[in-house]
Design a protein around this ligand. Structure first.
Ligand SMILES: Cc1ncc(COP(=O)(O)O)c(C=O)c1O
Length: 393
């Protein structure tokens, strides 16, 4: 009988999402580094797509996970038992969020946070129209997928959840499409998968005002931008707006699956009646994930990591000067001219031990999102490798 190695099993038995997965066989992950089975080290310059914000296997997070796992793991479906990892995490969040965002619904993944928020907005307002932005990505399950304007991605799952309208980002005249029939507008402050595209504070203020005027809830998706990535705990703070519902995920779980939608209690409480159990989840708010999240957020606070982002962002700008770069804090896109060039740069950087990637809706740009814990020297060395691969094209 032929015994397959793990690489063969991966290609034969694990569902593939593309014809060219990175297929690094992971042996170990520590700090900014991944190590493969052959002992080759790679700098994870994309943080596992904006997840490992304080690097991999941070010892304080690993300890928090171990301590919690040895105390208790799953005890009951979400919302029934009082679990201190959940309450402690919500107490921490209170210290970094506006006072209106005082009620947290924990879920397992970003797309579930989106689904929960859409349902909450519909139930609370009694309306069913949702407005989303062209070329935004909010997840792959039915409700989130209906928020994708890009027909090459949506055609596969038609017919879609109805009631979604799309508007152009950063165009004030489009805001009049938000009316008193609109339940919610869902937006990112930095459209991540479109390739790091943001809008002016003035635009976001007008968006927020239009939502207030029409009784529409403003859902802000900070699944990629949250937890310090852009230099403040949340990117909305830089735009002088306060969301009605805030979505967190990715880095929020500290390397474990955790996401949340956060709203004023006056809005969230409509899930507990008419009918009761309007929205439920088995694993949402798993205590081990909440412990990992809290340890991660405390680490970011105690090491003042958000305050280091602006300086590191300046290093990225200076080192990549001469290239077309879009940047917000420590998330950036380098614009190249073709997908072939992007593929070549990604492959050549990987050969040099630096992992970069492209974006779902922009495959002519290189994605950069290193852990916030990267040192200035490591940042410089990696950027020099990336820049050299681009100049060698
Ligand atoms: C802005 C944004 N929202 C939502 C999601 C969906 O998150 P998940 O993959 O955890 O379902 C993503 C994932 O990339 C995202 O970037």
């Amino acid at each position: 009988m032929h015994i397959m190695n793990h690489r063969q099993i991966f290609f034969q038995s694990i569902a593939q999402t593309s014809p060219f997965p990175l297929s690094i066989e992971i042996a170990d992950a520590e700090g900014i580094y991944l190590t493969d089975k052959a002992g080759k080290k790679y700098i994870d310059f994309i943080s596992g797509i904006n997840v490992s914000i304080i690097g991999h296997c941070n010892p304080t997070v690993v300890k928090a996970i171990g301590d919690q796992a040895s105390s208790y793991m799953h005890t009951m479906v979400y919302g029934e038992h009082i679990q201190t990892p959940q309450t402690r995490l919500s107490e921490f969040l209170k210290t970094i969020l506006p006072s209106s965002l005082d009620n947290i619904y924990y879920v397992n993944s970003g797309t579930e946070a989106v689904e929960g928020a859409l349902k909450l907005a519909k139930k609370y307002t009694g309306r069913h129209e949702i407005i989303a932005f062209k070329k935004a990505y909010h997840g792959s399950t039915a409700g989130s997928a209906a928020l994708m304007s890009d027909s090459t991605h949506t055609a596969v799952s038609a017919p879609h959840v109805p009631g979604v309208k799309f508007i152009e980002f950063n165009q004030i005249n489009e805001l009049e499409k938000i009316t008193n029939r609109t339940a919610a507008v869902i937006c990112e402050i930095v459209k991540a998968e479109a390739g790091i595209i943001t809008a002016s504070a003035e635009y976001f203020i007008q968006l927020s005002n239009r939502c207030k005027k029409t009784g529409t809830l403003l859902i802000v998706d900070e699944i990629q931008t949250g937890c310090g990535r852009t230099g403040t705990w949340f990117a909305f703070e830089q735009m002088n707006i306060i969301p009605d519902i805030l979505l967190l995920g990715k880095a929020f779980g500290g390397g474990l699956p955790l996401a949340a939608f956060i709203a004023p209690k006056s809005i969230m409480q409509c899930f507990s009646y008419n009918p009761i159990l309007s929205h439920i989840t088995t694993f949402g708010g798993n205590p081990v994930c909440c412990a990992a999240s809290l340890a991660t957020l405390e680490f970011i606070r105690d090491r003042h990591l958000t305050e280091t982002v602006t300086h590191k962002s300046d290093i990225v700008k200076a080192t990549l000067s001469g290239l077309e770069v879009r940047i917000c804090g420590l998330m950036a896109a380098i614009q190249l001219s073709s997908f072939e060039d992007v593929m070549k740069v990604c492959q050549n950087c990987m050969a040099q031990g630096v992992l970069v990637d492209w974006f779902l809706f922009n495959n002519t740009s290189i994605r950069l999102a290193p852990p916030l814990t990267i040192t200035e020297q490591e940042l410089l060395n990696s950027l020099n490798i990336i820049r050299t691969q681009i100049y060698n094209l």
